[in-house]
Design a protein around this ligand. Structure first.
Ligand code: NDP
Length: 312
């Protein structure tokens, strides 16, 4: 009997994923019947899922052994009361690479004050200020998970003094690791650039509120590819207008797409990017999905299973 895998991640993604998933299942030696058509729920062994996909009620999938999310973030599914099956999030090496490139690029943009020259090709020779070198520019990464660690390491390799902050204590070579509330105060003090790579949970929502923004040094820059609600939008706008925060580069928002009338679009100290920091890539993500199906069939623990109580 083949293993029944239901691709419920939305019709738009099916053309992108069908061939890579089939190839990955074959590579893993799995006999899989893969379908994106609404199946007999009782016959489904695994569900490949993405928010805004094809399922909101998981109750009928009584025999399903695992729900395999295509996204790294699970805030849109983790609280679903009908989901009693194990839930795995996506850790995709290519997604991580893309995030490292996006974060490094935007940190370097601010570090080098690239805009001053790139946006002003006007005949004025602005040689007043040479940028400091990276080792003089402390960067803090909030979140030391798959993405935060990779970005922190890449920035440390460029000589930025990197501080990382997480819920539980960590040791990561080349990164000063802090945790807990006291650790956050220390991580923010002195950070000239702050990168947010936390999941959205009850414990991280509005983490960057007025008080924490005020704890950053004057002129600090925020780079947020994590999730929009990690920051209190009004507090950020007030801190930007007061000149306390120098710039915010935001990839994620409370409402996406960011409404055209939102003040972030027109704000001279805000850069909006449309949730493109990084994306799950079908070929490598399919191999992760196949490995988890293999594990499920072999009775081995899943990779990247979400702790439902923790929320990530
Ligand atoms: P992980 O689950 O691997 O890491 C999460 C990190 O956040 C961990 O270090 C964890 O601490 C820390 N954390 C969680 N809650 C708290 C808290 N209350 N206080 C302090 N630290 C906390 O996630 P990833 O690195 O894979 O992804 C991070 C997020 O990036 C995703 O959830 C998603 O929102 C976002 N993302 C954005 C994309 C984009 O294109 N913009 C693309 C992909 C992801 P601990 O280690 O102690 O558990």
């Amino acid at each position: 009997m083949p293993i029944n895998v239901y691709f419920a991640a939305g019709a738009a993604r099916w053309p992108q994923y069908e061939a890579p998933l089939k190839a990955a299942f074959a590579e893993a030696g799995l006999d899989v019947a893969l379908s994106n058509a609404a199946p007999d729920p009782a016959a489904v062994d695994y569900i490949v899922f993405a928010p805004n996909g094809d399922i909101s009620d998981f109750t009928p999938f009584a025999g399903c052994k695992g729900v395999l999310n295509l996204w790294a973030g699970v805030e849109q599914i983790v609280g679903n009361q009908t989901l009693t099956q194990p839930l795995c999030r996506m850790v995709d090496p290519a997604l991580t690479e893309g995030m490292v490139e996006w974060v490094t690029g935007h940190v370097l943009r601010h570090h080098l004050n690239t805009d001053l020259h790139v946006l002003n090709q006007d005949g004025v020779w602005r040689n007043g200020a040479v940028p400091p070198i990276a080792r003089e520019r402390p960067v803090t990464v909030l979140g030391l998970g798959e993405l935060g660690r990779a970005c922190g390491r890449a920035l440390a390799a460029l000589n930025f003094p990197v501080t990382g902050w997480s819920r539980t204590a960590k040791e990561v070579e080349g990164i000063r690791c802090l945790s807990g509330e006291d650790g956050l105060t220390e991580a923010l003090a002195g950070a000239q650039i702050v990168v947010l790579l936390l999941p959205l949970t009850a414990g991280t929502e509005n983490l960057m509120n007025a008080e924490r923004l005020a704890a950053l040094p004057e002129g600090a820059v925020i780079v947020n590819p994590g999730r929009g609600p990690l920051i209190d939008d009004d507090a950020l706008l007030a801190a930007l207008d007061a000149g306390h925060i120098g710039h915010a580069t935001l990839d994620v928002f409370r409402t996406e797409p960011l409404p055209a009338a939102h003040p972030f679009w027109a704000h001279p100290k805000v850069t909006v990017t449309p949730h493109i920091a990084s994306e799950t890539r079908a070929p490598s993500a399919s191999r992760v999905i196949a490995e988890n199906v293999r594990r499920g069939e072999a009775g081995e623990p899943f990779l990247y299973e979400v702790d439902r109580a923790r929320g990530y």
